[in-house]
Design a protein around this ligand. Sequence first.
Ligand SMILES: Cc1cc2nc3c(=O)[nH]c(=O)nc-3n(C[C@H](O)[C@H](O)[C@H](O)COP(=O)(O)OP(=O)(O)OC[C@H]3O[C@@H](n4cnc5c(N)ncnc54)[C@H](O)[C@@H]3O)c2cc1C
Length: 505
Amino acid sequence: MDTYDVVIIGSGLGGLLCGYILSKEGMRVCVLEKNRQIGGSLQTFVRDKCIFDTGIHYIGGLAEGQNLYRYFSYFGLMDKLKLKRMDMNRFDVVGFDGDEQEYEFAQEYPNFIERLCRRFPREREAITEYARKIHQITTRFPLYHLEPESGTLMEEESLRIGTRDYLAALTSNVKLQNVLAGSNMLYAGEGDKTPLYVHALINNTYIESSWKCVDGGSQIARLLARSIRAQGGKILRYKEAVKLRADHGQLCAVETADGDYIAGKYFISNIHPERTLELLNGCKYIRKAYRTRISSLENTISIFSLHLVFKPGTFPYLNYNYYHHKYPDVWRLPHYDKQDWPIGYALFVPASSKSDEYAEGMNVMAYMRYEEVEKWAHTQNIVSKEADRGEDYEAFKTYYAERMLDELEKKFPGIRQCIKSYYTSTPLSYRDYIGTVDGNMYGIKKDYKAPFKSFIKTRTRVPNLLFTGQNLHMHGVLGVTVGAVITCSELLGHLYLIDKIRRAS
Ligand SMILES: Cc1cc2nc3c(=O)[nH]c(=O)nc-3n(C[C@H](O)[C@H](O)[C@H](O)COP(=O)(O)OP(=O)(O)OC[C@H]3O[C@@H](n4cnc5c(N)ncnc54)[C@H](O)[C@@H]3O)c2cc1C
């Protein structure tokens, strides 16, 4: 049996980035992926020739010299990615029922401030202070700016401030408070939980610069996989890890669903920590208290996604995203009432190499709690293992799709006439394609009232098992990239790795 230096479970962004870093450093790496398609949330799918993203609609920080640009340069991506810069004056637009006005987020801080001041002329001071504050918070996270970790995070006040509370203290203008948090689906925001640093790290990156991947985000996974292979690494698809085997206090191999054993010296889990612990059932190195803590952590909410394919030349391409709220209070979204669904949605138009003028499709997402689909939880549906969830499930999806379309008609009258076909995904689709317990969007929830409870350490109790991926530090392309660097630093040395990345960018 071959023994790899590092076996990585899961080919999500975090797994692939670790695979890239470690194989570049000469380690023998093997990435195991349970699905046919690699990439986790980077996966795309095609319907009626239209490419849809599942979990990457836009990326920030990719202008020359910016943080993700520098990281992606090290990963050999920047000269190969097909990107489209979003509208400089409105990459995100926030709207509300009963309010004709659209509220725009513009790229680059001076422009961001000016555009918002046009809508809120008396709030210049608050808007300027907001911009200063969220940018300043990002500087407290050195790795976001490719600076070595300084160990000051524990004292960071933004860990203990709630986003909603901060905005309420910033201005008495309630509309402005809600507009500034209007894209809170980006981090599954909850008024009594979401820390300010989460809001700041996400919003800052898009304000700096916002980009769409042309023809889908799966290109990131494909390019990384190509480099991993060129650097001598292996990526095995249809290899679902079902057990982690230990011997003499260390892990020694991953057992896969097809009965294979993949031996390694180190193991990196790119899957949800709760799922990782299931692979370690019976392992004496994992204490009961640790299991209890991990299983007690709450996950972020899931979503229902509607994917529309348009008749050619009927619906204009939108070079921005749109976040709609039925009620003035944007923090109400996760607490929707089923009868009232959807009380808000996020809308993304994929960028296609075929046309700049017309949209090929559209993706509209609204929160959906896992409990709504629990009735079909016993069914599993992925490309290689298709299960018919039954007629009532199909009826359920159609019912919610039609409700979503009714809402869309209010914003885009006539949109129904542009639709050639539509497809849906539910929390079960996300559960099955990503391998989470409940189809959650962004992994473990963060809570400013207990900031360290949800922090998962990269190192586990098992000396040769590490974690990576969105559950560790932050979700999103930038968060997971920083997380992969932290994971690999454990094996390569922090300063050594940061220096390599800085030199390459
Ligand atoms: C709907 C949605 C929209 C989003 N939009 C954006 C966006 O616009 N911009 C942005 O920056 N971020 C966005 N995100 C977040 C971002 O996509 C994720 O944070 C990131 O891709 C997660 O990467 P990860 O490394 O944690 O891996 P994951 O994507 O969680 O992948 C894990 C991988 O492990 C595999 N796996 C699971 N179990 C096993 C097993 N037992 N054996 C082998 N393999 C296994 C899975 O199949 C999967 O490939 C979005 C997420 C969602 C859900």
